[in-house]
Design a protein around this ligand. Sequence first.
Ligand code: PHE
Length: 340
Amino acid sequence: DLQQKIAALQAEVNDFQAKSAAELEQFRIRFLGTKGLVKELLASMKEVPAELKKEAGQMLNAFKQSVEARFESFAHLQQSGKKNDNNIDLSLPGTSIPLGTRHPLRMVENKIVSIFEKLGFSVATGPEIEDDWHNFTSLNMPENHTARDMQDTFYVATNPDWVLRTHTSSVQARMLEQSELPLRVVCPGRVYRNETISARAHCFFHQCEGLYIDKGVSFADLKQTLYHFVTEMFGPDTKVRFRPSYFPFTEPSAEMDISCTVCGGKGCSLCKHTGWVEILGCGMVHPNMLRNFGIDPEVYSGFAFGMGVERITQIRYQVNDLRLYSQNDVRFLRQFQAIE
Ligand code: PHE
């Protein structure tokens, strides 16, 4: 009885061909599963009379081995089958790669630059180690000019003519040397001043300065350009005001304030309860400076401006400590992840 049963099943096993992982799995369940035929046959051993037990055991064992061999011969299907079957949950989210974020100063610099680019300004950069001519002398600040004291300069020890640039006006000087007129350019970049590091001062910071030289450029052009910049950067309701000031390379010179974007003029710590915050220096390019580059101030005129990127960022995002920008603390930097 058992012998016949095994013989029939043996034929089935010998003929079995797995064409897919699913078929192989069906075969496994039918023969080798916990409720499979091999188990069932082994269980029926206890009904076999004692004198036949040995023979029946050998037969069953041989059958079991042939089933296993048959199964193994299709193991390649089983391998790939495992991957596609239930063993891997393809709906699980993948391992996430932590995304970096643009530095807030770079985001604001990009914004400043793009506003001026839309007005036809090009972008120029220059060296951070600068010579005296480009950082000072050509900008109407000859040697011993008291205005040099306004900027606490780092000198390069190996060469008395070299400084770490104190403003990106040096790049404007380089552009005036190289370019044809008219010239419209903005110069973003890092600058250095010998200041004690605190919440409100740092030994390096970032500027974006601009220069526009053409025939008939007026102070009205300066005001309208900077007003346009302010409304783009801080919103259409922002007001501006100009206060007379002094820079050696511009005459007249002004400082521009905007209405406080945090309190709207009601008074807060950003505007020190005045309702206004200073954002940049500007003026009409000094005739001496134009002459230094062989430009006739009777024919050409122009305006220039310079702003601190940290300052603009502080106003836009209420960052109240300059040191945060260079500490690389991800708890600070991550707060800008969702912006832009
Ligand atoms: N270079 C000036 C500064 O660093 C800013 C400025 C630029 C002012 C152009 C007027 C015109 O403070």
